[in-house]
Design a protein around this ligand. Sequence first.
Ligand SMILES: Nc1nc2c(ncn2[C@@H]2O[C@H](COP(=O)(O)OP(=O)(O)OP(=O)(O)O)[C@@H](O)[C@H]2O)c(=O)[nH]1
Ligand SMILES: [Mg+2]
Length: 316
Amino acid sequence: MNILERFHKGDRMALSKVISYVENQSPDYRRILSQLYPKAGKAYRVGFTGPPGVGKSTIVDKLTSLLVKNNQRVGIIAVDPTSPFTGGALLGDRIRMQDLTSQKGVFIRSMATRGSYGGLATTTKEVALVMDAFGKDFILIETVGVGQVELDVVNACDTTVVVLVPESGDSIQAMKAGLMEIADIFVVNKSDREGANRIVSELDMILDVRRKKGEWEYPIISTEAVNNKRIDLLLSNISEHKEFIINNHIFEKHRKSQIKSDIKKIIELKIRELIGEKILTSLNLDEMAEKVFRGEGDPYSAGERILDDINISNSA
Ligand SMILES: Nc1nc2c(ncn2[C@@H]2O[C@H](COP(=O)(O)OP(=O)(O)OP(=O)(O)O)[C@@H](O)[C@H]2O)c(=O)[nH]1
Ligand SMILES: [Mg+2]
């Protein structure tokens, strides 16, 4: 039996293999994705982002147990920060979600963030697509919020949850431009710690500016994930957000714009691949650099000339 047949029969090993195949961008992975595409589209994708160590994994862990109780099949993608920003400083303290794998219908995949194009690892969306086609009802994506990652989360998810802790108070202003703007739901986790109420009211004040009558209310939920407190409230807010965006046609609009950016990304990747090959095989960049260095011409016109010489459509 080939791997896709096993995949469609619900074989977890096959799921794991197909994900690796896509993740490594092995030959023909796009063809596999296009075969799986018609089977996908049912899963609801929720992103969890926030500073390191705030309890994202713990929340995902408890939420998953709750979803499993409700007979939902859950896929989890944990994007590991291999970036120099975080350097895995908190590794010792981190929650690993291993014990979840024994739960019915749960599948976990860790991915490394990659390079500057990475942000949310380049293939996170594709991995979510594979899990979706496998029949997951929910896909929970955990990522540390650093820079570019945030926008990628929005682009890969239907609901975005930003997780903070009482200690985040001081940095709220600094975060306004990034994390603050992408959240649909705010969680103040570790609310067993001092300062939880203060950060909730600070957030509340900032959000009041954004809240408009009849629109989404940007709820703030204080959780104590480690003690499984108010995770049910978080889930009901996620469900409400889902309902809200579907009823107000935001879901549809959002998905369409995601598809648009997917198509763009696919074209860009393909062009980059093609040009990359062309440049490697047909140009003598060393010689050009030498010339420019000697004062014969400049990089800009050299670049323009190369682009004129390359006929992309011929090589597609
Ligand atoms: N006091 C307290 N500690 C918590 C709570 N939730 C999680 N923790 C602890 O916080 C630490 C970090 O939790 P994680 O779930 O690994 O946090 P994370 O955001 O996934 O961390 P990274 O993935 O490394 O960014 C662990 O020791 C948890 O037990 C809580 O509600 N209260
Ligand atoms: Mg984590």
